[in-house]
Design a protein around this ligand. Structure first.
Ligand code: ST9
Ligand code: ZN
Ligand code: ZN
Length: 326
């Protein structure tokens, strides 16, 4: 059953938290900003990963077709671990998932290696609540590079930590699957993000170990990261704002295509509790199709959806008018 939500009390009751809703009262501290502190370990590892990804690209013509198909499958599964998992389920509580589905999404999430679900959710809720301020971990006001990858290469702004500590994460702490993943995160990543994608082509169809490592593991991981980061960078800068022209996040169909439906970012920041992150159903939105399939199979339920009337009223009130012509 779809559920239409109108006010914050409904939301708090229904989802168990409202800490992904923008806090209009927050003001950045005045005075000089703290200096950036580089984290050289991350700078070196991210550079090596991207060089490895480029090397993986050059190997594509020599790879077996099964290996390429396997890399695509690994991409899709790991991407769903982020989009349907840490994003729409755990950060926004936009639908409910049964234990078997939560276990699958957690495995997929470790394959995506984007920090454990607990940390991802904590950073993502402060991103929505204090969007485009010092308390936003990937504050897009600091430019494309910072919001894309730079924020992972420096120490966090103290306000991210200060505001993040006040978030309600009780729902996440109560999820035993999430806390189990946090406890065993490192071995789960070694196994699921690197070992499994490498060993399957090498063992089952005699792919060379170099190609097995650099395409389904390294290149697939690098593309997954960049597709995700584009939501924070490109979808905060390029595109229309049909729902709220007073905020920076934009509608970016190209980003949606690469990120399985996560580029409808003006809609998403306006209605973060909508399980579909868009008003257009399955269009450019494999994640919505996946969640709908899970509901059909009885593995998910309680999809939250904003009604057409509420969307239209909001467009008229705060939109940039870009949907009227189209
Ligand atoms: C990665 C994540 O890539 C990507 C997330 C993107 C989000 C996108 C969202 C868009 C929508 C969805 C789109 C999905 C599309 C998917 C498409 C897929 C195809 N609140 O962090 P530390 C405290 S990860 C409260 O070390 P530093 C806390 O006590 C890539 N407290 O801060 C913490 O300790 P603990 C792989 C907070 O020292 C302590 O501070 N991973 C918060 O400043 C220290 O935390 C990496 O590369 C908070 N928000 O270091 C690792 N934050 O955790 C990168 C912190 O024990 N990370 N605290 O509770 C790091 O190395 C570090 O975090 C750092 C900052 C160097 C960046
Ligand atoms: Zn979100
Ligand atoms: Zn955003």
């Amino acid at each position: 059953m779809e559920k239409d939500l109108l006010n914050h009390e409904d939301l708090a009751g229904d989802r168990g938290m409202i800490d992904d809703i923008f806090d209009e009262t927050y003001r950045e501290k005045e005075g000089p900003k703290p200096p950036m502190r580089y984290v050289w370990r991350n700078i070196i590892l991210m550079s090596l990963l991207h060089l490895g990804g480029i090397f993986g690209l050059t190997l594509i013509p020599s790879a077996k077709i099964q290996t390429l198909a396997w890399a695509v499958l690994c991409f899709l599964v790991s991407a769903l671990g982020i989009t349907a998992g840490s994003h729409r389920l755990w950060s926004h509580r936009s639908y409910k998932a049964t234990l078997p589905l939560r276990i699958f999404l957690t495995i997929a999430n470790s394959m995506a290696f984007q920090n454990d679900i607990y940390e991802w959710v904590r950073d993502h809720r402060v991103h929505h609540k204090f969007s485009e301020t010092d308390a936003d971990p990937h504050n897009a006001m600091r430019g494309f590079f910072f919001s894309h990858i730079g924020w992972l290469l420096v120490r966090k702004h103290p306000d991210v930590i200060e505001k993040g500590q006040k978030l309600d994460l009780s729902d996440i702490k109560a999820d035993k699957v999430v806390m189990f993943q946090r406890r065993y995160y490192k071995p789960s990543v070694v196994l699921l993000c690197f070992a499994l994608p490498t060993l399957v082509p090498w063992y089952y169809w005699d792919e060379s170990i170099v190609i097995s490592f650099f395409i389904p593991a390294i290149l697939r991981y690098t593309i997954g990261l960049n597709a995700t980061w584009l939501v924070n960078s490109a979808a905060h800068m390029f595109g229309n704002r049909p729902y709220d022209q007073n905020i920076n996040p934009r509608e970016n169909p190209l980003v949606s295509l690469g990120a399985l439906g996560e580029g409808f970012h003006n809609y998403h920041h306006t209605f973060p509790y909508d399980y579909s992150t868009s008003e257009f159903g399955w269009r450019f939105n494999l994640t919505t199709a996946f969640i709908d399939l899970m509901c059909l199979l009885g593995l998910a339920s309680d999809r939250k959806k904003v009604s057409k009337e509420v969307i239209l009223a909001r467009k008229m009130r705060t939109g940039d008018g870009s949907h009227k012509s189209g």
